[in-house]
Structures are given as C-alpha cells and as structure tokens.
Design a protein around this ligand. Structure first.
Ligand code: AMP
Ligand code: MG
Length: 344
C-alpha cells in the first residue's frame, strides 16, 4: 500500500491536507497523526472493521484496549455512562491534555475498541492537528501509539514511517511531539480511583483536583523493588531491538561500571554532561539529570536513534527523581529494560 505523507505546518494553510486525513478516517482507513504525547495510529472508533485493522497492523494483542480521542469534553457523555463529577473536574482542568480517563462505556463503542471490557479510555489531545482532524472527521478517533507493538512509541513522523510505512494509508507529519511519553491513565470506573499509567499529568496534579488516588500495584512494585528483577520478556514494552540495562547511581560509578563491563557492542543513553565519563563509541544524552520534561521528550527518540547502530545492549541512566513526570520516565525506562537494573 502506498502511504501518503501529509505535512502540516499550519492548520489554516494546510487545511486541504487535514481534510484529506479526515476523509480517509471517515472512509474506514488508518491514518497516523501527531498528538502532544506521541504519534497515534488513528481510525474511526465507531467503525469496527477499521478498529480491527489497528490491531492487525500494529501486531497488538487483542486484549489490549484502545484510547478514543474526542475534540471536546462535551462529547464524553455521548460515549460514556455513569460519568462521575470528578471526570468533569479533571476535564475542566487538564483537557485538552495528556490525561486519559477510563469510564463505563455506552454500547455505541464497539467491543473491539475496549477489548471486550465494559469500560472505555477517553482523551482530548492537546494538539491543533489532532483536534482539527477529529472535528473534521466528526467521529471519535481510536488511536494507540503508531508503532509496532512493543517498540518505543513514535515521537516524530519518521518513526512512524519506519514502523508502519507501506502498511497504512497516510501519515500526517506535524513535527516532534511536545511531551514525548504516552498520556497518564486514570481509572474512574472504580473506587478508589487509580492511576494505571504515569504520564505528563502527575499524580500530584490530579490529587489537587479530585483528592487521593492510588497508584496501580504493578507500577508501585516496580519502584518498591530495590533489587533488580529478572528480565522477563513479558514485561518488555517500549523496547528497541537492543537489550536495555539501567544503570542507577552516580555518574562516576555508572561510568566505571560501563567502562569495565560494557564491551565493544554497547551504547549509552546518559544525562547531559555525562558523555565524557563513558568510554563508549555510541553515546547520546537525553536531558539534564533533573529535567524530567526533557527526558520524557527525548527518551523514545534516543532509544530509537541508538538502536540504529545495532548495539547488543543499551545502558541507560535512570533518574533518581521518581516524582512528577520523572515517575513516567522511570516507568517507561524500567519497562523498556524489563526491570533489569544495576545499582552501581
Ligand atoms: P496506547 O494507546 O498504545 O498508549 O495504549 C493504551 C493503553 O490504555 C493500554 O495500555 C491499555 O491497557 C489502556 N487502556 C485502554 N482502555 C482501557 C480500559 N478500558 N481499561 C483499562 N486500561 C485501558
Ligand atoms: Mg502503545
């Protein structure tokens, strides 16, 4: 299949391209589109056949439900029922933005979207291109990350081309994603409310609006564990071809560990300014040690970039700070590494 590339720099000047993307989606096709978090692989969420193709193209397990994207919080009740007031408060405060809410679904949403669950994940993205395409299509857009299942999520159109080029009808190029990690997911269909995935909106921000929430136990166990967990394939997500190993500790000790044990075919993903300590052929910095926002923006593209050199192992520095957006960065890194952490 030929994949159309639609470069959108300005939503007014490039209105024709946005109209084209919306028309393809309305017609049941798959179109990758930029959001502020990562690129999404979009399809009409009300079209069961189109939604089914998302899973096929990504190689996504059928039991992993999709997020639907809407243009306006007013649409929440068209697709969800028993919506608690907390959903309105969160939408008011954080939408459009990187927060996904799990709510009980109405039957208009096909079971394929929710992987058979009676809940559905909903988000209003903070990106003018995504919002305009949703508006023009006039339907909610189901869109998981536009990558092959299990690989690092795409944060620029080129990543989508390399994963899905030739397999989908169009890719809308809207530049690099501002956040760089997937949305925060909060489950509002259960009490107490629970954060299932950390992201650009932090637990602290959420608690200011709706009071105490719990962090999903899987997420917590990853952080409570000081000892490295055996790397298990079933935990690998967001992972490049290379094995990822996390080096936790200070710069000098991490560099010493790498220089003694890294070997020929190893690459390093480090913090800004650490490059000179590592005796590595391939090394890339992904942000200052304390700058979680920069790390979030550069993590996936950094992993992809290093992977292009085909290293056997990527040693990655993990921030000590796991509050705020740092929680999301640490979560993605731990998963990419299959929880393989070396305390230096
Ligand atoms: P992605 O769009 O690739 O970031 O993945 C969407 C994430 O949302 C997946 O990890 C799903 O497990 C989660 N998700 C989507 N719908 C639901 C739901 N109804 N209940 C719980 N988690 C969900
Ligand atoms: Mg994904």
């Amino acid at each position: 299949m030929k994949t159309e590339l639609l470069l959108v720099k300005d939503i007014k000047k490039d209105a024709e391209k946005l109209a084209r993307a919306a028309e393809l989606i309305k017609g049941g096709q798959l179109v990758a589109l930029p959001t502020e978090t990562v690129y999404g692989l979009g399809a009409n969420a009300l079209d069961e056949a189109a939604v089914k193709r998302i899973y096929q193209v990504k190689g996504r397990p059928l039991d992993n439900p999709l997020i639907i994207h809407i243009a306006d919080a007013m649409q929440l009740r068209e697709y969800c029922r028993d919506v608690p007031p907390e959903a309105d408060w969160l939408a008011e405060r954080f939408w459009p933005g990187p927060l996904t809410m799990i709510l009980r679904k109405k039957s208009i949403i096909p079971d394929f979207v929710s992987a058979g669950l009676d809940t559905v994940a909903v988000r209003c993205p903070d990106h003018p291109v995504a919002l305009e395409i949703i508006r023009l299509a006039g339907v909610p857009i189901a869109a998981p990350s536009a990558n092959i299942s299990g690989s690092p999520s795409p944060t620029e159109a080129g990543h989508v081309v390399s994963d899905l080029g030739g397999k989908i009808r169009a890719i809308v190029d809207g530049g690099r994603c501002r956040v760089g990690l997937e949305s925060t997911i909060i489950d509002l269909s259960v009490k107490p409310f629970a954060i299932l995935r950390p992201g650009g909106i932090t637990p602290e921000q959420i608690e200011k609006v709706i009071g105490p929430v719990i962090l999903d136990s899987v997420l917590l166990s990853a952080f409570k564990e000081d000892k490295p967990r055996a790397p298990g394939m079933k935990y690998r997500h967001y992972a490049p071809r290379a094995q990822v190993v996390i080096l936790r500790g200070n710069t000098v000790d991490a560099a010493r560990y790498f220089n003694e044990n890294g070997g020929e075919n190893a690459a390093v993903l480090c913090f800004d300014g650490e490059e000179k300590f590592f005796d590595a052929g391939r090394i890339l910095a992904y942000g200052k040690e304390g700058d979680s926002a920069a790390q979030a923006r550069n993590l996936f593209s950094g992993l992809r970039e290093l992977d292009r050199g085909r290293p056997a192992v990527i040693y990655a520095r993990m921030p000590k700070e796991t509050k705020g957006v740092g929680l999301a960065v640490a979560n993605r890194l731990l998963k990419a590494a299959g929880f393989n952490v070396i305390e230096v």
